[in-house]
Design a protein. Structure first.
Length: 212
């Protein structure tokens, strides 16, 4: 009997909105941890659950799936109603995946179908978001500071600083334009970013909280 121990590589290679429906694309590689070989063309039972930042599960499903020649599972999770009654004030969301009864892991959903959120929220005025928004992450003796400055004319500036023991050791800057759709702010520049406004703060769709 083949061992059920699994090792996940490329755990979350791609997630996003699939087509017009509120679905999530999920990809994971399965290896036999005893041999290191890819579990190619193997039919498995997969259980998937989606939960919010408070740990409440709002979606759960079990399905049969088959890995490809390289041992990769490509899954489409959910349906058009998956996010119908979800509270988008409780981002970030998380996904947990079990294969043949073995928990592969739990990780944050980095690309929420943001159009679903936009349908449920009150549109925001531009004057609420104009200004400088900052998020800081501290760890390993360094502080990573991310700043988005939004101007009234629809343009903005992104700045990243890494601060080590009080000294700025690394910086990066670029300009962008932004648009507001409902309760969402899309920043379009060197890379695309999306935020939602809630109780005086901007939250990146991946979950980081930005304050003025």
């Amino acid at each position: 009997m083949k061992a059920l121990r699994l090792l996940a590589l490329l755990f979350l290679v791609g997630m996003g909105c699939v087509g017009a429906k509120a679905q999530i694309g999920y990809q994971v590689s399965l290896l036999n941890s005893a041999t290191g070989e890819a579990r190619a063309n193997e039919k498995v039972t997969v259980n998937i659950s989606l939960s919010n930042s408070e740990g409440a599960v709002f979606y759960n499903e079990t399905k049969q799936a088959t890995t490809n020649d390289f041992g990769v599972l490509n899954l489409t999770i959910g349906n058009k109603d998956t996010f119908e009654d979800v509270d988008f004030s409780k981002l970030p969301f998380f996904i947990s995946v079990t294969v043949n009864g073995v928990l592969i892991g739990r990780t944050q959903v980095l690309a929420v179908p943001v159009a679903e959120a936009a349908k449920r929220v009150v549109p925001i005025d531009k004057d609420k978001i104009v200004g400088t928004w900052t998020y800081e992450y501290a760890g390993g003796g360094a502080i990573d500071r991310f700043t988005y400055t939004l101007a009234d004319n629809g343009t903005g500036k992104y700045k990243y600083e890494q601060i080590i023991y009080g000294n700025i050791s690394k910086t990066k800057e670029y300009n962008f334009v932004y648009v507001i759709e409902g309760n969402l702010v899309y920043c379009l520049g060197e890379r695309a970013e999306a935020f939602y406004y809630y109780e005086g703060c901007l939250y990146k769709i991946s979950g980081e909280k930005y304050t003025k």
